[in-house]
Design a protein around this ligand. Structure first.
Ligand code: PBG
Length: 314
């Protein structure tokens, strides 16, 4: 009667890693709850999720090194297996699912950065046209929501305008608004082999010491046309989630990232924490802090837990 917060399966977004090939379902050692799927196996996984009530998915491609270059040209190339896969997934499931894509150069960039690199510097304004092309290619492939995760300045306005002028005014933008330069992305970079080859992401991702800057980033994204404002990572940044929820009217998303998930998995594997208690508590606390749309590697696991079915990774 007095419970203040509820967590619905509709709030949850399941990340899925895609690899080129057939019959592939590989485990990722630093992220035991997640897997890399080839398209055929991913279609099965998506159907299983739908059966459990999980209908929102964010996809990430693992790109072979040979396809990477300085301008991430494979990201908008006609033969891109990731874009083709999105097309097939949408053709099969249509409006029964929401398909989200990351927009950033890092999976396709030979330098491993989210932006264009010249002489060791990440060039903001040179990156924007590349992101625009990537966004159009993803919208054409059928993605419902684009998630610019690159943290370049001005990219939300730039992508919004490009989408609108190309007939994609219905494609939404879930902006990675306050994306911190965090050490918690390690297992994700293992999953995609996408770590920066040199340097770090401090010149474009946010300083974990800053909160007022998150408000400034949110103001810009709000004005530039973002449909969602995202905070990432999640648990260490509950105060940021809270303040954005209070000050803005757009839906708030959060990314409960790979490192947060890995910490929990490691403690569970060691028998130090009780999975059936700590996993739902974690997701509920993120809801309580103000998250509307929660990206978490535990989305399907939470649905299994709700349905009294066994976990798939323990
Ligand atoms: C790419 C991207 C990253 C994540 C999501 N999109 C990695 C990074 O910025 O280095 C991390 C997600 C996770 O750790 O689960 N721009």
């Amino acid at each position: 009667m007095v419970k203040e917060t509820t967590l619905s399966l509709n709030n949850l977004i399941q990340p899925l890693f895609l690899v080129d090939g057939n019959q592939i379902k590989e485990t990722i050692s630093s992220l035991p709850v997640a897997k890399r799927f080839s398209l055929d196996m991913m279609l099965v996984e998506i159907q299983e999720c739908i059966n459990l009530g999980i209908v929102n998915f964010i996809l990430f491609p693992s790109i072979p090194e040979a396809k990477k270059d300085k301008i991430a040209s494979y990201s908008y190339s006609e033969d891109n297996f990731y874009l083709q896969a999105a097309n097939t997934i949408k053709a099969q499931f249509g409006a029964a699912i929401i398909l989200i894509s990351d927009v950033a150069m890092d999976p396709y960039n030979i330098d491993g950065h989210d932006g264009y690199v010249e002489d060791g510097k990440i060039l903001n304004d040179v990156t924007l046209p590349i992101l625009n092309k990537m966004a159009i290619a993803q919208a054409e492939a059928g993605f419902d929501i684009l998630g610019p995760s690159d943290m370049m300045d001005g990219r939300i306005g730039s992508i919004r305008e490009r989408l609108d002028t190309h007939g994609f005014s219905d494609t939404s933008i879930m902006s990675y608004t306050a994306k911190y330069c965090s050490a918690l992305y390690g297992p994700f970079r293992d999953a995609l082999d996408s770590a920066p080859k040199a340097g770090d992401k401090k010149t474009y991702q946010m300083d974990p010491a800053n909160k007022r800057e998150a408000l400034f980033e949110a103001q810009l994204d709000d004005i530039e046309g973002a449909d969602f404002l995202m905070v990432k990572p999640a648990l260490h940044y509950l105060d940021i989630i809270h303040v954005l929820k209070e000050k803005f009217t757009k839906p708030i998303a959060a990314y409960h990232v790979s490192g947060e998930c890995a910490m929990l998995c490691a403690a569970v594997q060691n028998g130090w924490l009780n999975y059936q208690h700590v996993m739902p508590e974690t997701l509920m606390c993120l809801r309580r802090a103000g998250v509307d749309a929660l990206i978490t590697y535990f989305a399907k696991e939470y649905a299994l837990f709700q349905a009294n079915k066994p976990s798939e990774w323990i």
